[in-house]
Design a binder for this molecule. Sequence first.
Ligand code: SF4
Ligand code: SF4
Length: 121
Amino acid sequence: MMPSTVETAPAVPPGFTCQRCGHCCLGPGDVRLRAGEVEAIAAWLGLTVSDFTDAFTRLTTDRQAITLTERPDGACIFLQPDNSCRIQAAKPQQCCAFPYLWRTARLANMCAGWKLHEYGN
Ligand code: SF4
Ligand code: SF4
């Protein structure tokens, strides 16, 4: 999830392949939901917007947006045991953009796909 200090990436790095390590979903941080994403995720889950927001969202730490909530261990509520995303088909833009369009040094160092892409291991 996205912490406060973000490094923007200039372009989609050719050859990057997600290794499904799940580290980008383990937190801490916020997954900020953009306009329309609450409705899209609620619809994909078969929930009303009200039921979805009650069960799966909270205010961001700066109280300026809505974010997905967390499991008790701090991981995103939608991270599954096999490191797949329960809402893959409707996941937020913030998730889709990592690490191509934004990343932090900490998250990049934890991303198995990024390390493979950058360092070959
Ligand atoms: S919504 Fe899916 S991709 Fe995004 S942080 Fe949660 S589990 Fe990861
Ligand atoms: S940290 Fe990188 S390799 Fe791991 S699941 Fe996220 S994008 Fe994929």
